[in-house]
Design a protein around this ligand. Structure first.
Ligand code: F6R
Length: 619
């Protein structure tokens, strides 16, 4: 949550910061601000001392840009922030940067300071005054307290020793107009190295346009950036060596390419992404090979248990993974919400494999779960979309999902990319352990190769799905039901609808309906039922009849050629038939479109739904 950026260099800092903030806006968008070191001219024309100018606005980065329109700041040192509120409501006052009482120091912060109340009390006793309701405001004041000695780096180090929690900080000081300071602990921060300029940012998207040479700052390291050099120190003021990485990727990929919004573009990208994943991991001889798996075959053959940890949509992909991996490999799989795993003293044995799934690779709960697993000697691999993200660096092995930048806050293409990766991993493991025959392996891969074309067929029914969305807009609540491997699809469909259109929606395993949710059903309830051809088809059909008997309004996802379902229902979205195990790659597509159109017809911002942020970097 929250995006931070900083610039020191020969160019004007303000446009670079604003542009970077636009790229980071997916991390939070309830307010934005900028802090600039600037030497104002006095009326007589004589130059005055450097000052920090802070401008902040509630709402999107565009509002902040408006505020800066007719202002002239030629300087090359500034920090910026786009916020997702944790402590203190979204408002200009709570927006970052925050300054110390004297106004000499300004800080942008991504993370949460857990002991801020205690620190605030101490500082207040010493006469420091606070203007905001944030946890972050203690940071500039704490630095200011130690800055009395005149060395900002030392003051930052002393302040850091007092902070508990997660933070990535950009710091400027009016008395050090050539320097940008940065420090992090658990929250992401990269340093971009340019020519005559250097950058800090929460992630690469904000600086990729300017440089591909980056340093991943380590926890509790302090970076001092000047236009011509970057130096990194530990908290004891010892210089730390720097490892420079070269980023791959192209910012131009993050464009809408004629689509109305990123979400629709990303939904439509799915078939191409799945084909790309297959070409990446399935070699010309038909075998599956993962490049960065990091685990040897002996370990893989000996796995007795798999634990999947993830959050939100990635967790739903993990739930599909349980069905798929257990069915193909016969290895028991547990799937845990990362924030629960982290605190429940998990049992990890020697032959346990932990798989962390994350689009961003920066989700704080998932990272904490991985750290907890590693503390217990767990072997961890991740399925991740963002190259070089914290998760990929902290895991022993990685399977990249190659979905490209996912900009829309609601995850779509990353989800199906995660599913495709899980299918390939399950087939690979099953074959390695001798649990499936060569024929079964080939059949599995060949089914996966058919998915892209099938998804395209579903996408071509967009107009029909939009009409269904229009007919169901007014429903005050939705229930999503699925069975087996499509129970997670029901959860994911419900999540998409609620996060985009703010309509309460719940996903259930259809067999559970009789155990409670059936009480909700009446003529005002829309019920989305996934009834693809599978061994539980008849059970699902019984559920549908029970809903009809109670006047629930059903939208069904069924297979093309299913005549039986047409005897019962009017609203059916037909999708191509595939082996039931692989059906989640198809059944989710109409549900993504349904949620998308409901939100669009309600005139909501589908790319940036309220209260959300793309990367949840706080626990
Ligand atoms: C929902 C959504 C979230 C994320 C979750 C995990 O549409 O996008 O539920 O799936 O915050 O994020 P990652 O995958 O980045 O760890």
């Amino acid at each position: 949550m929250c995006g931070i950026i900083g610039y020191v260099g020969e160019k004007k800092a303000v446009p670079i910061i604003l542009e970077g903030l636009k790229q980071l806006e997916y991390r939070g968008y309830d307010s934005a601000g900028i802090g600039i070191v600037h030497k104002p001219r006095s009326k007589k024309g004589a130059e005055d001392k450097n000052k920090i100018f802070v401008l902040k606005r509630k709402g999107r980065v565009a509002n902040l840009s408006g505020l800066l329109k007719n202002k002239h700041f030629p300087n090359g040192l500034a920090i910026g922030h786009t916020r997702w509120a944790t402590h203190g409501e979204p408002s200009s006052g709570n927006a970052h940067p925050h300054q110390d009482c004297s106004g000499r120091i300004a800080v942008v912060h991504n993370g949460i300071i857990e002991n801020y109340q205690e620190l605030k009390k101490e500082l207040e006793k010493e006469g420091y005054q606070f203007k905001s309701r944030t946890d972050s405001e203690v940071i500039p004041n704490l630095i200011s307290k130690f800055y009395k000695e005149g060395d900002l780096k030392k003051a930052v180090a002393k302040a850091i020793k007092k902070l508990k929690g997660a933070y990535a900080l950009g710091i400027i000081c009016s008395e050090q107009p050539e320097k940008l300071f940065a420090v992090r602990n658990d929250s992401p921060l990269i340093i971009g190295l340019g020519k005559g300029e250097n950058f800090i940012a929460s992630d690469a998207s904000a600086i990729l346009k300017h440089t591909k040479r980056v340093i991943y700052l380590g926890d509790k390291q302090i970076a001092v950036l000047e236009k011509g050099n970057v130096n990194i120190f530990d908290l004891e003021d010892k210089q730390v060596s720097q490892k420079i990485d070269i980023l791959s990727g192209d910012i131009s990929k993050a464009q809408k390419r004629g689509f109305k919004d990123f979400m629709l573009k990303e939904i439509y990208e799915q078939p191409a992404i799945l084909s790309k994943i297959l070409s990446q991991w399935v070699s010309s001889d038909g075998n599956i090979r993962f490049k960065h798996l990091g685990l040897n075959d002996n370990f893989l053959k000996g796995i007795k248990q798999i634990i999947i940890v993830a959050c939100g949509t990635a967790f739903h992909a993990g739930l599909v993974g349980k069905y798929v991996i257990e069915s193909l490999t016969r290895i028991p799989v547990w799937v845990d919400v990362a924030s629960e795993f982290r605190y429940r003293k998990p049992i990890i044995k020697e032959e346990t494999l932990i798989i962390a799934i994350s689009q961003s690779g920066e989700t704080a709960d998932t990272l904490s779960a991985v750290r907890e697993a590693k503390k217990n000697k767990g072997r961890v691999i991740c399925i991740c979309n963002v190259l070089g993200s914290s998760l990929t660096r902290e895991s022993e092995g990685v399977i990249y999902t190659y979905a490209g930048p996912e900009i829309s806050v609601a995850s779509t293409k990353a989800y199906t990319a995660q599913l495709m990766t899980i299918y390939l991993f399950a087939l690979y493991l099953a074959s390695l352990k001798g649990k499936i025959s060569g024929e079964e392996f080939k059949k599995g891969v060949s089914s996966l190769q058919k998915v892209a074309a099938m998804q395209n067929k579903i996408l071509s029914q967009n107009k029909e799905i939009k009409k269904i969305a229009r007919r169901h807009l007014h429903f005050g609540a939705f229930l999503y039901l699925g069975r087996g491997v499509n129970f997670p699809t029901a959860l994911e469909g419900a999540l998409k609808l609620k996060e985009l259109s703010y309509i309460p929606a719940e996903g259930y395993a259809a067999g559970e309906m009789k155990h409670g949710p059936i009480a909700l059903i009446d003529e005002y309830r829309a019920v989305v039922c996934i009834i693809n051809s599978s061994p539980v088809y008849s059970k699902m059909l019984s559920n549908i009849q029970e809903i009809i008997a109670r006047k629930g309004k059903i939208i069904a996802i069924a297979n093309k050629g299913d005549e039986q379902i047409q005897n019962y229902l009017k609203e059916v979205i037909f999708i191509p038939k595939i082996e039931p195990l692989f059906s989640p790659l198809l059944t989710i597509i109409p549900l993504q479109l349904l949620a998308y159109y409901v939100a669009i017809l309600k005139k909501y911002d589908v790319d940036k739904p309220r209260n959300l942020a793309k990367s949840v970097t706080v626990e």
